[in-house]
Design a protein around this ligand. Structure first.
Ligand code: YOG
Length: 135
């Protein structure tokens, strides 16, 4: 029985987000805005179904998926790319691969104590975000 990521999680740290945005070719003006955003994750986990909302005052982004089933992801409002995305369990870690134009792209989510961790990676860049549970 895997652990439950469901909840609202508020960003505490966002290491190397600038380089992650650069490797995704996000323009300078957008990066200047995005770097200061506090992102909130709202995760709804229901058996093998997962919805992950990333919320901010600037833009929101949402994916819904079934674990173990590849789907078409369009990163609308982010880098606007088409990806073939697959999320699987690796122990208690959610591991995502995003096949597309960029090599070695994906992310990992895990929980340590009351903190939600997210590693976003693309090519040789890793961005590490930590969130605390709201309430
Ligand atoms: O999350 O893939 O939790 O989808 C990363 C943005 C900034 C827009 C957010 C808006 C990457 C400008 C999604 C920020 C940079 C910068 C709030 C990360 C692109 C554009 C939406 C992500 C996964 C795992 C679920």
């Amino acid at each position: 029985m895997p652990i439950d990521f469901s909840g609202t999680w508020v960003m505490e740290t966002n290491d190397n987000f600038e380089d992650y945005m650069k490797i995704l070719n996000i323009d300078l003006v957008t990066r200047k805005i995005a770097i200061h955003l506090s992102q909130t994750k709202v995760i709804i986990q229901d058996a093998d179904k997962l919805t992950i909302k990333t919320l901010s005052t600037f833009r929101n982004y949402e994916i819904s998926l079934t674990i173990g089933e590849e789907f078409d992801e369009y990163t609308k409002g982010l880098d606007n790319r088409m990806l073939k995305t697959l999320v699987n369990w690796q122990g208690d870690t959610l591991v995502c691969t995003q096949k597309g134009e960029k090599a070695n792209r994906g992310w990992k989510h895990w929980i340590e104590g009351d903190k939600l961790h997210l590693e976003l990676y693309c090519e040789d860049v890793v961005c590490h975000q930590v969130f605390r549970r709201k309430q």
